[in-house]
Design a protein around this ligand. Structure first.
Ligand SMILES: Cc1cc2nc3c(=O)[nH]c(=O)nc-3n(C[C@H](O)[C@H](O)[C@H](O)COP(=O)(O)OP(=O)(O)OC[C@H]3O[C@@H](n4cnc5c(N)ncnc54)[C@H](O)[C@@H]3O)c2cc1C
Length: 382
């Protein structure tokens, strides 16, 4: 390997993936994470086939498949529950097309993998000062320790302080104007794949997570990004789901506990290439947060992790050349995911109840082909 000691900032999905990928190749990996412990909040997360392949490279595919619910299609309905179109996925082949699981399970699995590989994770800590001389990076941590690394990698999420430190304040997250409400619920037998329900400038959906559980999601326009008081979320979500019939209408009647509802404003980060300066790089959401409409954000972070470790393992090459090679492999693929996710979000939210019959006809005609095209690209090796 071209690097012997690496600091990873952030023990989220990408950070734990990179810690595992690098430590399995013999790199001495330190991870610092602001959270006080390994616990995470959150609902469920879908891992499409390309992400499952990255998880296979990290040695945890079987654990993920055992914890999750595999499925092979997305079905689209109108908000009264009438089927618009069934889209079988072209993802997969050697792995399932999709497997969704709880975020807690994914974190538990990735934390175990990073520890088994030998990475050292320190919670409640971050980098205070970073001095990158071009051939070494000197870091002072908030616990007072000073260390020297060959590379510093920031997987520090949407609000990345490292991105700001490297590139200034010109690439802050941009709020899309839309938010997602999510909560776990018992899974009715009919929910065996992602089901999407197109509403009046909104959409709802359900994703199976295990034999017994699923999550309900609702995407809504929230101009100005208002604060949603946690204790009022059940009422606010119920109001927003008014008008939905069928399955979503039935599920609305079961929404009662505000504490179980997760509310996420949707923001994007559009950092141009390259995502590094000298020997410091930002990856995952810190570099390319996207709308969750292809369920690819974590997949892109995990692919970043695997590809970076592969490029750093190429013999007889300078680290900077490997980071350039990494960008060559990653930028267009990540941009495709960002662009398509953005386009799906904005086009779905533009459909009103009055437009729905025409939109449904268009979806029937165009959607299977459009999904096939983007999935075909993402099914190619990263
Ligand atoms: C509503 C919603 C639904 C989604 N659904 C899916 C899905 O189904 N499938 C999918 O693949 N993706 C999905 N995503 C996207 C996915 O969650 C992210 O893309 C993924 O978590 C990015 O991983 P990451 O490691 O880059 O960042 P994160 O997972 O956000 O991790 C960042 C970590 O850095 C830590 N941190 C932050 N600042 C510091 C600091 N200064 N020092 C140390 N640590 C720090 C944080 O505490 C956190 O642990 C969804 C996103 C949203 C908003």
């Amino acid at each position: 390997m071209q690097v012997r000691r690496v600091l990873l900032i952030g023990a989220g999905i990408g950070g734990l993936g990179a810690a595992t990928a690098l430590a399995r190749r013999g790199v001495d990996v330190d991870v610092v994470e602001l959270r006080p412990d390994s616990g995470v909040l959150g609902v469920g997360i879908n891992q499409p086939a390309n992400s499952l392949r990255a998880l296979r490279t990290l040695g945890v595919l079987d654990e993920v498949l055992a914890a999750g619910f595999p499925f092979d299609r997305t079905t689209f309905y109108d908000w009264q529950g009438s089927l618009i179109v069934d889209c079988p996925s072209v993802l997969g082949g050697d792995v399932p097309a999709n497997t969704a699981l709880s975020r807690r399970d994914l974190h538990r699995i990735l934390t175990g993998a990073a520890e088994r590989a030998g990475a050292k994770v320190t919670y409640g800590t971050t980098a205070r000062d970073i001095e990158d001389t071009g051939d070494r990076v000197h870091v002072t941590l908030t616990d007072g320790k000073t260390e020297t690394y060959d590379l510093v990698i920031g997987f520090d999420g949407l609000g990345s302080p490292l991105r700001r430190r490297l590139f200034g304040t010109g690439y802050e997250p941009v709020f899309t104007g839309y938010s997602v409400w999510r909560l776990m619920m018992p899974r009715p037998a009919e929910v065996a794949c992602t089901m999407v329900f197109q509403g009046d400038g909104t959409k709802a959906g359900v994703i199976p997570l295990s034999r017994d559980s699923m999550y309900l999601l609702h995407v809504t326009a929230e101009p100005g990004n208002p604060h949603m008081p946690p204790e009022r979320r059940a009422g606010l979500l119920t109001e927003r789901l008014a008008g939905y019939g069928g399955l979503v209408g039935e599920l609305r009647e079961c929404v009662s506990d505000s504490d179980t509802i997760s509310y996420s404003p949707l923001s994007e980060v559009l950092l141009p290439s390259p995502w590094f300066r000298k020997r410091t790089i930002v990856l995952g959401d810190a570099a390319h947060a996207c709308a969750p409409h292809l369920t690819q954000g974590a997949g892109m972070a995990l692919e970043d992790a695997v590809v970076l470790a592969e490029e750093l393992a190429v013999p007889d090459r300078a680290v900077e050349a490997s980071l350039e090679a990494f960008m060559q492999r990653r930028y267009n693929r990540v941009k495709l995911v960002q662009d398509v996710s953005h386009q799906i979000l904005f086009s779905e939210m533009a459909i009103t109840a009055a437009d729905l019959p025409g939109a449904a006809a268009h979806m029937r005609e165009a959607l299977p082909g459009q999904l096939k095209e983007v999935e075909g690209l993402l099914n190619q090796p990263c």
